[in-house]
Design a protein around this ligand. Structure first.
Ligand SMILES: *Cc1c(COP(=O)(O)O)cnc(C)c1O
Length: 394
């Protein structure tokens, strides 16, 4: 099926007849115990490869395998995918699969804060050193690689400030040195950036966001390139990580509409971002499809489009003026996460989450998740918000 186009794949992938039994959506197979006919069969099943075979509930049922297989199909050249109870759990399992005490990790300075916390917490405690790098470093990352560097973790674009990394340049440096590469691909998903064909070893998604798409499930995934799956699986089994069949089922249901949702999120976000660039209250719009976003040329070269999350920098003003903008919004909720059908706005302060680079801006930052509401309603809402901001700024 891998020759089909993506919108077709998200509808069809993972729906094997033996898993669906003829039902359109693979049903929820809940299980802990799997029963065997005899002692001999129990022993034989334990000794064989249990990949996509019923063995014990923790190793999944057709419900989880169906979603995992569908995600694998979206990454041409991938070997297999494992699901996790959250995006952060997926990131942790992937990093623990490839790192050992004494190793060094290179981590993008604009990475999601919990990823930084994992590096500075658990990984550090287990003797793994993290060096943070400028997300715009590109091939210059060679200058940071040492004999101890075992992994490079990218997030592109960064989910607060949206710098786009030169993934192929970083991958080339890594491959020449036998360093494993991991990408948090939550913003683009494989539909806008197939990561495995770019040479990434582990493509990671917070499925909580666009795959689920309805703000009601926590779920993560790691898709491994050819030859990279076994160590991920071994570590994941040792950690006891598994995603519930009910959550996987909701993830699969979300996936079926992801192509049309992403398209709409992307178009509305682009329209709103462009509208914001013309506003005097706005100093800068951080959206990878806009020419002044750092890494824009790389974005145009590597990505098939943009999703619905971006930020903008206010022109002056303080915390209170920013809050006046956000608090009065009618169509934007105030809350973490994104990728659901509803719009969200939050204050973000990247200066607190950086060490390798310095964040300097003309004013405070607002991050928008553009949902599936009418874009013109969202623009009218933001227009009133910017007026509140200008009044509060004085
Ligand atoms: C939300 C998010 C995660 C973590 O996903 P959870 O499912 O919330 O644990 C990881 N990376 C990025 C970029 C995210 O936005």
């Amino acid at each position: 099926m891998s020759d089909e186009r993506d919108a077709t794949k998200v509808v069809q992938a993972g729906r094997k007849p033996e898993w669906t039994q003829g039902i359109v959506n693979p049903p929820v197979w809940r299980a802990s115990t799997i029963l065997y006919d005899s002692v001999a069969e129990l022993r034989a099943r334990g000794a064989a490869d249990t990949h996509h075979k019923l063995f014990y509930g923790r190793r999944g049922t057709p419900t989880q395998w169906s979603l995992a297989d569908a995600l694998t199909e979206l990454e041409p050249g991938a070997e297999a995918t494992l699901l996790y109870p959250s995006g952060v759990a997926a990131i942790a399992a992937a990093l623990l699969a490839v790192l050992a005490p004494g190793d060094q990790l290179l981590l993008a300075d604009n990475a999601y804060d919990p990823t930084r916390n994992l590096a500075n917490g658990l990984l550090k405690r287990f003797g793994i050193e993290t060096v943070f790098y400028d997300p715009l470093i590109g091939a210059g990352i060679a200058g940071l690689c040492t004999e101890r560097t075992r992994a490079i973790f990218m997030e592109s674009p960064g989910s607060l400030t949206f710098e786009v990394q030169d993934i192929p340049a970083i991958v080339a440096v890594a491959k020449a040195r036998g360093i494993t590469t991991l990408l948090d691909n939550t913003w683009a998903t494989p539909l806008l950036l197939p990561a495995i064909p770019l040479g990434i070893d582990y493509s990671i998604l917070a499925c909580t966001k666009y795959v689920v798409g309805h703000s009601d499930v926590m779920l993560g995934s790691v898709t491994a390139a050819a030859g990279q799956y076994q160590r991920l699986r071994a570590t994941t089994y040792q950690l006891g990580q598994t995603a519930s069949p009910d959550d996987a089922w909701l993830g699969a249901r979300g996936l079926r509409t992801m192509a049309v949702r992403l398209d709409q999120h992307g178009r509305s976000a682009r329209k709103i971002a462009e509208w914001l660039t013309g506003r005097p209250e706005v100093a800068r719009v951080l959206h990878p499809a806009l020419p002044d976003c750092p890494g824009h040329e790389t974005f145009v070269r590597d990505f098939r489009g943009a999703s619905g999350l971006f930020s903008f920098v206010l022109n002056g003003g303080d915390e209170a003026a920013r809050a006046a903008l956000i608090d009065g919004l009618q169509h934007f909720g105030i809350g973490y996460s994104w990728g659901g059908y509803e719009s969200l706005a939050i204050p973000v302060d990247p200066q607190h989450h950086r060490t390798a680079t310095k964040w300097e801006a003309e004013g405070p930052l607002v991050r928008l998740q553009i949902g599936l509401e009418d874009a013109d309603d969202l623009i009218a809402d933001l227009e009133a918000g910017l007026a509140r901001f200008a009044k509060a700024r004085g």
